[in-house]
Ligand binder design. Structure first.
Ligand code: PMP
Length: 463
């Protein structure tokens, strides 16, 4: 790919970036010796940096976002047409793409009934937490305000979302946290807790939630927020029987089930939503990244009619409505992009592709595991995969972070961008993760896995 000389001055862009921009999750000391990467172009699954290097992006914009791939002019045009017609009005009033998208989205989510718009995953989750708190006020006189979250799950970057996040490494240094959030144990079978029933781990792990509810008092617990498959916490698939038991527990103790589909939503796992693999019925579903594949900022908090009705209670008077607003939840670019994004997923049968290529990806990763003893476990669903790196398969002792860093750097040198989950200060996690665009073909997957094979070879021979 070549760029027009007058498009930008690569050196200047890189210098400005290094001197003035504060990168996310970055230690800037590194930029004194290595130029920061500045991405200037994307097409399909490929991106180019300011120096003209081409990369195959195996993580959809680094953080599992660009589900339909880069360079979709049809989304850009839909957004442009909408912006020149009507760019913004607060969601205190309706707008055309928001109404249309809500209808289309709810068609994919039987039993769900209302869509509340905002513009990031964190914000969508905050809305859900506020809904739960307000229901506790209106229906339970302030009781049932506690919200459970699970060890290893991530729900966003704000202080309250971090209060609901089970990753010490992300929370460390950002307390004090919002009160009323209580952690339940993780459900990672590969890292099953001491004393766990390994024959029946899914039910055992779900029962740990019940234990917490009983310890806290069922009359104080209003909701539980869970990722259908834990993403950044280590690509943790729920063990067999887990979700069925979680649903039962929620029903038994009158606890609302909030599913965070920020990563798994919009086809990533081979169904429209991750929870749909497990036959469960949530009360609240949040989504963001894949909703518009990063072409515009949009997130949705989707609820059942029952949740909507509880918060739309005329008899409760002044407090009988959801007293919340998101200024940019009224931007029409979001739903316009989301409509075009959904049309692409449907027209190109991308869910079928995810299932077919996801199967192939998992097969190839399992082969990689046979070859490299550094891989302790391969996990994931659809085009959403990860493997955990261990020093020794018997002890499952995790590798040092330098190993996953070296693997990522090696892949990058070979023109493939892969992901790493957050290093944990505990033993869980130290995963390489992959979430290629839903358009990935077999040859893209081969290229990604071959680069990983090469990288694993190189770190093994280095040590
Ligand atoms: N929930 C999950 C499961 C996530 O992975 C993320 C982001 N990685 C968020 C919520 C927060 O989304 P955002 O960064 O858009 O606020």
């Amino acid at each position: 790919m070549t760029f027009q000389a007058n498009e930008f001055d690569a050196k200047e862009v890189v210098n400005n970036d290094r001197d003035y921009v504060w990168h996310h999750l970055a230690q800037h000391e590194n930029f004194k010796t290595n130029d920061p990467m500045v991405i200037v172009k994307g097409e399909g699954m490929r991106v180019w940096d300011a120096k003209g290097n081409e990369y195959l992006d195996a993580v959809s914009g680094a953080v599992w976002t660009v589900n339909v791939g880069y360079g979709r002019t049809e989304i850009a045009e839909a957004v442009k047409d909408q912006l020149v017609t009507m760019n913004y009005f607060a969601q205190t009033a309706g707008n055309v793409p928001a109404a249309e998208y809500a209808e289309k989205l709810l068609e994919k989510m039987p039993c769900m009934s209302r869509v509340y718009y905002s513009n990031s995953g964190s914000e969508a989750n905050e809305k859900a937490f506020k809904m739960v708190r307000q229901i506790a006020e209106l229906k339970y006189g302030g009781k049932k305000s506690k919200i459970l979250y699970r060890e290893r799950d991530y729900h966003g970057t704000t202080i309250t979302c971090l209060s609901a996040t089970g990753q010490f490494e992300r929370r460390n240094q950002y307390g004090p946290f919002t009160p009323g959030f209580v952690e339940v144990p993780h459900c990672c079978e590969y890292r099953a807790q001491e004393g766990a029933d390994l024959e029946n781990y899914g039910v055992w792990a779900a029962n740990q939630i019940e234990k917490v509810i009983l310890e806290e008092g069922a009359d104080t617990v209003g909701a539980i927020c869970l990722e259908p498959i834990t993403a950044g916490g280590g690509v943790i698939e729920p063990p067999q029987g887990y979700w069925e038991r979680v649903q039962e527990i929620c029903q038994q103790y009158d606890v609302l089930l909030h599913i965070d589909e920020v990563v798994c939503g919009l086809g990533r796992t081979g169904k429209w939503f991750g929870y749909q693999h497990y036959g469960i019925q949530p009360d609240i579903v949040t989504m963001a990244k894949g909703v518009a594949s990063g072409y515009a900022a949009i997130s949705c908090t989707v609820t059942t009619e029952a949740v909507f009705e509880l918060l739309n209670d005329a008899e409760a008077g002044r407090m009988g409505y959801f007293r919340d607003i998101s200024t940019f939840g009224g931007c029409t670019a979001g739903p316009a992009a989301a409509l075009a994004n959904m049309a692409i997923i449907e027209r190109e049968n991308l869910l079928d592709n995810v299932n077919e290529q996801g199967e192939y990806l998992r097969g190839r990763l399992n082969q990689l595991m046979e070859k490299h003893s550094l891989i302790g476990s391969v996990r994931g669903k659809g085009l959403f995969a990860g493997f955990e790196l261990v020093k020794d398969r018997q002890t499952k002792e995790p590798v040092d972070e330098s190993v996953s860093l070296a693997i990522a750097a090696h892949c990058m040198t070979n023109g493939v961008i892969i992901g790493r989950t957050n290093r944990s200060f505990k033993t869980l996690n130290n995963c390489i993760c992959l979430s290629p665009a839903l358009i990935a073909r077999r040859e893209d997957i081969d290229r990604i896995v071959d680069a990983l094979d090469d990288a694993l070879e190189s770190v093994t021979s280095d040590s």
